[in-house]
Design a protein around this ligand. Structure first.
Ligand SMILES: Cc1ncc(COP(=O)(O)O)c(C=O)c1O
Length: 408
């Protein structure tokens, strides 16, 4: 599928949302299906299963659509909270990996309950003995076995750790460290080591062709080049060491959308996580390796003012993404083409001015379609996604927020 003509696309969505109150959020299922095809093909090259990062979608009907349309290639889901995992299990998901640890009693009790009865396998990431102790206490009391996944750190640490490039996540940075914790798991009668996970954030979460950080792009490329051999070696050593010690690892999870083309080639990896690529929020335009994904999610705002020739003001718009603050965290006006945020106002809380040649054609009442920087966070601002094919709304998918759920 070729990138659509943006004038034609604008008029298509304008027709689709006519009469709908703005602001609204929209997903184009044709582009979601296209992106799924691109991602499945990329994963097939490396013979890897996929795990869907639900945090980058946050709308159960869209998650289910992707899993069903993948025809088994998406083998499980990656949740970001135990409470979210409960919703996913309720919805029929049977292989859930909670990729972020929790030690609060309500989460531990819920996790144990989810694993009781064998309806689903819900594992959780651990990286220290305290994590194991809280899980074991409740699991033993209920006589339930809880799967755990040990996370190994894959950040690039230079100069003896003084320079840390990547995410601050697990303190385990060697195969020996992972093995020591795996042996601790073995001593807990109600925990079972299901696998290991390593998230190479400096590869998967950093676009090296970012137009908002041009001066830093060469540095990002260098960090990626230096990281890759270390990541491959560490994951390989972790797996080999655990297997040599008698552990059967069902899951060796790695990556994210931004590292799919490298993580897929690692023999040690059994599955690659992908989430953001399905909706292709604008930060995912800036990866050199990722070709062919098309934007599939937008939010639409109403033009309410024409303050000057070539300037319009929209109602709402301040949907700023998390992470290191910067202009790349702002939403991008995408349709019609030829619009940009103004230098000094950015995306405002209640009003967002736009300028550019596209503004001359717009009148109060017209919609403008924006892309969010991050795929999942868009869902936190809306109760539903309008699902569009062609110029028609073909369905509505409640977001977690629309279901009254706030997991973070
Ligand atoms: C453990 C893990 N895997 C994968 C991802 C990335 O998923 P996506 O494809 O949405 O970038 C993340 C994102 O933070 C993560 O924490």
């Amino acid at each position: 599928m070729r990138a659509p003509d943006r004038f034609e696309q604008y008029h298509r969505y304008k027709t689709a949302v006519a009469g709908e109150p703005l602001p609204l959020a929209l997903i184009d299922l044709d582009y979601v299906d296209h992106n799924l095809g691109v991602i499945l093909e990329a994963a097939r090259v490396g013979h890897k299963a996929l795990r869907l990062a639900t945090k980058s979608v946050r709308a159960p009907a869209v998650i289910d659509h992707l899993v069903e349309a993948s025809r088994g290639a998406i083998a499980g889901v990656m949740a970001y909270a135990v409470t979210e995992a409960a919703l996913l299990v309720e919805g029929g998901h049977t292989d859930v990996l909670v990729a972020y640890p929790s030690v609060q009693a309500s989460d531990v009790e819920l996790l144990v309950a989810l694993n009781a009865g064998g309806r689903a396998k819900v594992g959780i990431v651990v990286d220290c003995a305290e994590h194991l102790d809280c899980l074991e206490a409740v699991a033993a009391a209920k006589n339930v076995v809880v799967p755990v996944i040990i996370e190994v750190d894959l950040s690039l640490r230079l100069f003896g750790g003084l320079l840390h490039l990547g995410a601050y996540r697990s303190p385990l940075r060697s195969a020996a460290g992972v093995l020591a914790l795996a042996r601790e798991v073995r001593t807990r009668s109600h925990l079972q080591l299901d696998g290991v996970m390593g998230y190479e954030a400096q590869m998967a979460g950093v676009g090296e062709n970012n137009p908002f950080t041009r001066a830093l792009n060469p540095v990002k490329r260098l960090v990626k080049r230096l990281s890759l051999p270390m990541i491959r070696r560490r994951r390989h050593e972790v797996r080999a060491t655990l297997v040599a010690d008698g552990f059967a690892l069902r899951v060796v999870n790695g990556g994210g959308t931004g590292s799919l083309t490298t993580t897929r080639h690692e023999d040690a990896v059994t599955e690659v996580t992908v989430g953001s690529g399905f909706l292709c929020s604008h930060l995912f335009d800036y990866y050199a390796s990722l070709r062919g994904l098309l934007p599939a999610a937008w939010f639409a705002l109403q033009v309410v003012r024409v303050s000057d020739p070539g300037f319009v003001t929209c109602h709402g718009g301040g949907l700023i993404a998390s992470g290191e603050p910067g202009r790349d965290r702002l939403p991008l006006p995408h349709l019609p083409p030829g619009l940009r945020l103004t230098r000094f106002e950015g995306a405002g809380e209640v009003q967002t001015p736009l300028c550019g040649r596209g503004a001359y054609e717009l009148r109060p009442g017209d919609p403008v379609f924006f892309r969010h920087a991050k795929a999942g966070e868009l869902a936190e601002h809306f109760t539903e996604y309008l699902l569009v094919r062609g110029a028609k709304v073909v369905g509505r998918a409640p977001t977690y927020r629309g279901l009254g759920k706030d997991f973070l």
